[in-house]
Design a protein around this ligand. Structure first.
Ligand SMILES: Nc1nc2c(ncn2[C@@H]2O[C@H](COP(=O)(O)OP(=O)(O)OP(=O)(O)O)[C@@H](O)[C@H]2O)c(=O)[nH]1
Ligand SMILES: [Mg+2]
Length: 411
């Protein structure tokens, strides 16, 4: 059903991309304290937690998603995460693994830049002390920019000739040139709206092409900063510096290694742990719980440390919030296609809200239908209780987000 949202995890080697992937999914990507542990991209499904529509209608007990989960009105909607090889300065000139990483990113809808906020790895991902991670944010954006710009400039002469001879619009020509980055016309249109003064394409100079590429990057790769390794004592000062410098960016403090550890302890029944919260309960806290195993001194000490250094200081390990921040920059709304707009069931059975897709806020209902069902002819669209919804009406949280599409048979 439709194309899933894809989030790319990017950053220099050893910043914690694979650890973050493992902390958010069931993946078991290889992790190592040396650069280029990951070469081929790892893909795994994570879950974006949203307030499910079932709680609006007190139908939590009947809510059984086809994909993901719903626990008492808290729904985990599947989202694809992509962990790619580390990027180093001048990758676009072939350094490190060169452009390989960038090619793997084309299908991403947004990026999470995993920054090693502890300053214990240099720009190449090698162990050091006192490195300033602020630099990584600058050069990483520049690498992506140089990559897209380089690909476009390589053939700019012929792009302009073709554009003029076929009398294409700027949007059509850019669609052809940038379509390879899984960018559709709407997305490129939004990028062009950011640079309204650029004039006709055949007259663009290098600076103008650069401006257009920057605008394209903004809409194609909106980025969240994950300030990772915040459990490390050197992270504090770097974190405040980054947040002060990057006021326009969404920053989330994370300790992905802590999340991996807590999940492991929970699976082994040493703790009860609710991801995304600061609450960890052990046998010491819940002595009557028959499921929990007693702690040995070593584990007890580590849990105390985690509480002091991460959970009580920051409120959580941050990784669940990271996906929410990504959904925010993408401005996503969960939309529930149903068969029956009174009971919210699917084709058969009593279970409700079986499907859920994430779409950009403000998307027209007709585009939602297309995303879900492909090219079919819609006869009618209904909302809650059978109210008619127009094809051009737009979706928002709580507005036109429960829909039933009646299609023309064979249309
Ligand atoms: N202290 C601390 N260390 C971490 C954290 N996350 C990851 N690490 C460590 O950082 C090192 C690199 O982690 P990886 O997840 O392999 O890093 P990567 O970004 O995938 O690296 P490449 O695949 O080489 O690009 C490992 O030794 C991890 O244990 C964290 O939150 N805190
Ligand atoms: Mg890795």
């Amino acid at each position: 059903m439709g194309r899933e949202i894809v989030i790319g995890l990017v950053g220099k080697p050893s910043s914690g991309k694979s650890t973050t992937l493992n902390s958010l999914t069931d993946a078991n990507a290889k992790v190592g304290a040396f650069p280029f542990t990951t070469i081929d991209p790892n893909k795994a499904t994570g879950y974006l937690e949203v307030a499910c529509a079932c709680s609006r209608f007190q139908k939590q007990s009947l809510c059984k998603p086809n994909y993901g989960y719903c626990r008492n009105g808290k729904r985990g909607v599947p989202i694809m995460l992509l962990d790619v090889a580390g990027l180093v300065p001048n990758a676009h000139l072939g350094k490190g693994l060169g452009n390989k990483f960038l090619g793997d990113l084309t299908e991403a809808d947004c990026l999470i830049h995993i920054v090693d906020a502890s300053g214990t790895t240099n720009a190449e991902g090698k162990a050091t002390r006192g490195y300033d991670p602020l630099q990584d944010i600058e050069w990483l954006q520049d690498e992506i920019y140089q990559w897209i710009l380089g690909n476009l400039m390589e053939r700019w002469g012929s792009v302009v000739r073709r554009h003029t001879s076929t009398k294409s619009t700027t949007l059509e020509t850019l669609r052809q040139q940038l379509g390879g980055y899984s960018a559709n016309k709407q997305l490129i249109g939004r990028a062009l709206d950011l640079v309204p003064h650029v004039g006709p394409l055949q007259e663009w100079d290098n600076d103008t092409v650069g401006e257009v590429v920057k605008a394209f990057m903004k809409v194609k790769f909106p980025t969240v900063l994950s300030l990772n390794k915040m459990d490390h004592p050197d992270a504090d000062k770097n974190v405040s510096k980054i947040i002060l410098q990057h006021t326009e960016s969404k920053c989330v403090l994370t300790s992905s290694i802590t999340e991996v550890f807590l999940r492991k302890l929970a699976a082994q029944k040493y703790i009860k742990y609710d991801s995304g919260t600061e609450f960890v309960d052990t046998k010491d806290d819940l002595p009557d719980d028959p499921e929990l195993k007693p702690l040995d001194e070593k584990i007890r000490k580590r849990i105390d440390n985690i509480r002091d250094l991460v959970l009580y200081r920051f409120g959580s390990t941050g990784v669940v919030q990271l996906l929410q921040a990504a959904a925010d920059v993408l401005d996503l709304v969960p939309v529930y296609p149903v068969r029956n707009v009174h009971s919210f069931t699917g084709g058969s059975g009593t279970e409700v809200f079986r499907d859920c897709v994430l779409v950009k806020r403000g998307t027209a209902v007709a585009s939602v239908a297309k995303k879900i069902m492909g090219d079919v002819t819609i006869a009618m669209i209904e909302g809650v209780n059978g109210t008619r919804v127009g094809e051009e009406d737009t979706v928002d949280i709580g507005k036109n987000d429960i829909l039933s599409f009646k299609i023309v048979p064979g249309g």
